[in-house]
Design a protein around this ligand. Structure first.
Ligand code: NAG
Ligand code: NAG
Ligand code: NAG
Ligand code: NAG
Ligand code: NAG
Length: 375
């Protein structure tokens, strides 16, 4: 009797379990098809957007797959500069006037996968960016960009990093519908590195070529991870980096103003550019920050989701040792900035070559004074 009861109970339990399994399976199927349908929808949408080929590094895990329409939180980004009123560059001659480029370029893809493992072939980069002109210049063909942007990159001994930078940044800048030129400023010889001077030289040399409105000073080893981080100038000096992988997606300190910074021509002139007197590693960016704040300006950064950067890992370059005088110098910025900068810059251009993807300007910046004369 009790055995029979047990048997019946067992049977019921088994049936209940089976039923549960079936229900579970059905729910899974429904969920699966939902997600699958969304993906189908997503891919077909990508396919119909034939004017803008999706970037190979598109982050497919982004929800919805629609073009991002990011609106900056108040206060974090600042307003764009007013449109430039400078003379027309004759590179952009066209019969009918173009509409202004949109503030929120529609071709942006948002977060991107950035890696530094694959070998980069510059000829292929050129082929993938056929509309980039000699000297690394680009002008959108379908709209008129509001600003002309010069990107100034100082370096020495880092050809390998340059390839990655060009590979990633040309497509990003084109999607941003920027009117831009790339200037690589290379310090000639093996004497102590002077990054501030190279920045100042880049500013002046770029202006000799085009009436640029906006100057972005970038290290060669920093690549943005989101193309909504617009390489443009704003009504305040801008720090494009809000989080860097090297520092666990933070900044080393709040007032850090190195890596990738952008100032309008007027803002850069107002602070007399960079100091020319920081030889070796460190300090020139803190001095630069002091110049900005001492003239009553404020640095703005993008939202943390958008201001993420990857840095190419590397060992410290030779002849770029820590500058022991940098702390003393930074304290004196207020006294020195009016006579040390663009207005006291001395240099010689050794060679200027226009390559398909960038302009190479090799310069002689002179030698660092002996230690005793510094500071
Ligand atoms: C998209 O492709 C279709 C057919 O291939 C073409 O007719 C149309 O002009 C294209 N649109 C754009 C914006 O290129
Ligand atoms: C891709 O996008 C998703 C969702 O926005 C994000 O969580 C993820 O970190 C992104 N991946 C990369 C490698 O950027
Ligand atoms: C996805 O798109 C729908 C409709 O366009 C929108 O309501 C929803 O908020 C979006 N979800 C995300 C995570 O963006
Ligand atoms: C720009 O225009 C001027 C005057 O029309 C002309 O002399 C010059 O050759 C042009 N430069 C280029 C690069 O087309
Ligand atoms: C830049 O030009 C100099 C001088 O012509 C050359 O030695 C150097 O290899 C070039 N560097 C790059 C990165 O193009």
């Amino acid at each position: 009797m009790s055995r029979l009861l047990l048997g019946v109970t067992l049977e019921r339990i088994c049936k209940a379990i089976l039923l549960l399994c079936l229900i579970h399976f059905l729910i899974l199927m429904i969920l699966y098809f939902n997600v699958y349908a969304q993906h189908l929808d997503f891919f077909s949408r990508l396919g119909t957007k034939n004017s803008t080929r999706p970037h190979p590094y598109y982050n497919f895990s982004r929800p919805n797959g629609t073009a991002p329409s990011y609106t900056a939180p108040a206060g974090s980004t600042g307003e764009l500069l007013p449109p430039s009123t400078g003379p027309e560059s004759n590179q952009s001659i066209s019969e009918k006037p173009l509409p202004p480029c949109p503030e929120d370029p529609p071709a942006l893809v948002g977060p991107m996968l950035i890696e530094f493992k694959s070998a980069i072939n510059l000829e292929r980069v050129k082929k993938e960016n056929p509309d980039v002109r000699e000297g690394g210049k680009y002008i959108p063909s379908d709209c008129k960009a509001k600003q002309r942007v010069a990107i100034i990159i100082p370096f020495r001994y880092r050809e390998h990093h340059l390839n990655y930078w060009l590979h990633y940044l040309h497509p990003i800048l084109r999607r941003q519908r920027a009117n831009y030129g790339i200037y690589i400023i290379i310090q000639n010889g093996d004497d102590t590195f002077n990054k501030g001077k190279l920045m100042n030289i880049g500013f002046l040399e770029a202006l000799k070529e085009e009436p640029y409105d906006c100057f972005i000073f970038s290290d060669i080893d920093l690549v943005p991870m989101d193309d909504r981080n617009l390489y443009r100038c704003y009504n305040q000096p801008r720090h494009y980096i809000t989080a860097m992988d090297k520092f666990g997606f933070r900044l080393p300190y709040v007032n850090y103003f190195g890596g990738v910074t952008g100032l309008s021509k007027a803002q850069f002139l107002k602070i007399n550019g960079f100091s020319n007197e920081f030889w070796g590693w460190g300090g020139e960016d803190d001095d630069f920050y002091s110049r900005v704040t001492l003239t009553g300006m404020k640095v703005a950064r993008p939202h943390i989701q958008i201001g993420k950067y990857r840095m190419i890992k590397h060992a410290r370059d030779k002849h770029n040792e820590d500058n022991p005088q940098r702390f003393v110098k930074i304290r004196n910025t207020k006294m020195t900035m009016l006579k040390d900068g663009l207005n006291s810059l001395q240099y010689q251009v050794i060679n200027k070559v226009k390559y398909p993807l960038y302009t190479n300007i090799t310069v002689d910046v002179g030698k660092s004074p002996p230690m005793s004369a510094q500071g």
